[in-house]
Design a binder for this molecule. Structure first.
Ligand code: DGI
Ligand code: FE
Ligand code: FE
Ligand code: FE
Length: 186
C-alpha cells in the first residue's frame, strides 16, 4: 500500500519533467472519463500515473527483460514504443508491487489496445491520446468523441494511429491490427 504522493515521486523519479507532466495530464483526463463512464477513480488514477513508468528505460535493459521473461522473441523488433506497455506492466508489478490485474491490463494495452479491453483499459488508452497537451490535427475531434462515446473514441484513435503508422511505413504490432479489426472494421 502506497500513498498517492509516494507513487507520484516514484513515477517522477523514472522520467523527464516533461513526460511526468504528460502523465499528470493523462490522469486528469482519465479521471474525467472515469467519472463519465463509471470507472473506479482510484484504479484509474493508479493506472494513469504508472502507464508510462518504463518509457525511459534503456533499450538494453528492456531487451534483457524480454529475453529473460515469458515474451515472444519477436517482441524485440518492435522497439520501446511497444515494450514500454507490454513489458512496462510487468516492471510496474515488480517494482511498485502493484498486483491489481485490471490496472496491469490497462498499462499493458495502453499503446496498442486489444480486441478485449476493460473499461479501465479503454479509459487509459483514450486519455493518453486526448490529454490536454496533445496537439495533432484530429485531437479536438478525438476529445469530443471521448466525452460522447468511449467505444467510438477507441475506434477513432485506432484508425488514426494506423493511418499514421502506415503513412510513415512503420512496423505494425499484431495487437494494433487486432484492435483495428475488432473496433474499427464494421
Ligand atoms: O507513450 P506515449 O507517447 O504517451 O503514448 P503511447 O504509449 O500511446 O505511444 C504512442 C506511440 O506508439 C505512437 O507514436 C504510435 C506508436 N505505436 C502505436 N502502435 C504501434 C506503434 N508503433 C509501432 N511501430 N507499431 C505499432 O503497432
Ligand atoms: Fe505510453
Ligand atoms: Fe496511447
Ligand atoms: Fe502516455
Amino acid at each position: 500500500p502506497m500513498t498517492r504522493s509516494e507513487l507520484m515521486s516514484k513515477v517522477a523519479s523514472q522520467m523527464s519533467r516533461k513526460r511526468f507532466e504528460h502523465v499528470l495530464r493523462v490522469e486528469e483526463m482519465a479521471l474525467i472519463l472515469a467519472e463519465r463512464y463509471g470507472c473506479c477513480l482510484e484504479k484509474t488514477s493508479i493506472a494513469a500515473l504508472t502507464h508510462d513508468y518504463a518509457k525511459e528505460r534503456p533499450d538494453e535493459e528492456m531487451i534483457a527483460l524480454i529475453q529473460a521473461g515469458d515474451y515472444s522473441t519477436d517482441l524485440i523488433k518492435y522497439g520501446n514504443a511497444i515494450w514500454h506497455g507490454v513489458v512496462g506492466a510487468d516492471v510496474v508489478a515488480k517494482e511498485l508491487r502493484i498486483t491489481d490485474s485490471d490496472i496491469l491490463h490497462a498499462i499493458r494495452l495502453h499503446t496498442t489496445g486489444s480486441s478485449e479491453m476493460s473499461l479501465l483499459a479503454k479509459v487509459i488508452y483514450v486519455a493518453d491520446y486526448v490529454e490536454a497537451g496533445r496537439e495533432f490535427p484530429v485531437v479536438k475531434e478525438a476529445r469530443a468523441l471521448a466525452l460522447e462515446d468511449l467505444d467510438r473514441a477507441v475506434a477513432f484513435e485506432t484508425k488514426q494511429t494506423l493511418l499514421y503508422l502506415t503513412q510513415k511505413e512503420m512496423l505494425i504490432y499484431p495487437k494494433t491490427l487486432e484492435t483495428y479489426n475488432h473496433w474499427v472494421v464494421k
